[in-house]
Design a protein around this ligand. Structure first.
Ligand SMILES: Cc1cc2nc3c(=O)[nH]c(=O)nc-3n(C[C@H](O)[C@H](O)[C@H](O)COP(=O)(O)O)c2cc1C
Length: 178
């Protein structure tokens, strides 16, 4: 029986988990490309596509990355999602920062979902030393690191964290507190 598009999409959205334990096995380049392509097709403001994706797989680079982000899981690959702020110049300073984060988040979610659908585990990580990552990856000033993604074959099947009831987080027509 063929699954409907809606069922497939919802299964992927609901089945994806943040994975923090990975097998010590390399992620094949063609799989990484597929995941990056999913990021590339995310919505973004005025189609500026300011995102820049830096793939890290070398053990030494990953080791240093972990010292700059203690919560980063031990993973065989990382994607550092950055933004080229030169592409964002058309937006005012305050809006630019918000749009940069929103744009990156959309690309990251696409990549997490693609990783899951290819059988990989992933985890977005926001806490890291921006200065340290800039130095490690030799980023010029206009390339701004936003989020890290840990990636690999999963070594655990995390229990889905509870979600708040939909009725608690959804309002129709106007916001209303109980
Ligand atoms: C913007 C963002 C930042 C996150 N940063 C971290 C992090 O620094 N370390 C970590 O272990 N997980 C991080 N996570 C993963 C969340 O903890 C996780 O998504 C949440 O607990 C829900 O679990 P689930 O992803 O399995 O649904 C982050 C998620 C998001 C969206």
């Amino acid at each position: 029986m063929e699954l409907s598009k809606e069922k497939i999409v919802f299964e992927v959205i609901k089945g994806r988990r943040s994975v923090r334990s990975f097998k010590d096995e390399e992620v094949p380049r063609e799989m990484l490309i597929r995941i990056l392509e999913a990021g590339q097709w995310a919505p973004n403001p005025s189609n500026v596509q300011s995102w820049r994706f830096i793939v890290v797989q070398e053990a030494k680079q990953l080791g240093t990355l972990k010292t700059l982000s203690p919560g980063f899981p031990k993973a065989p690959a990382a994607i550092v999602v950055c933004s080229d702020q030169r592409d964002m110049k058309r937006f005012g300073e305050t809006l630019r920062l918000i749009l940069t984060a929103e744009e990156a988040a959309m690309a990251v979610q696409n990549m997490l979902l693609m990783a899951y659908s290819l059988g990989f585990g992933s985890c977005p990580v926001a806490s890291f030393s921006k200065a340290g990552i800039k130095e490690l990856l030799e980023l010029p000033d206009h390339i701004y690191p936003i989020l890290l993604i840990a990636l690999g074959f999963l070594d655990e099947q995390p229990v889905p964290p509870q979600r708040k009831e939909l009725s608690r987080i959804t309002f129709w027509e106007r916001y209303q507190e109980e």
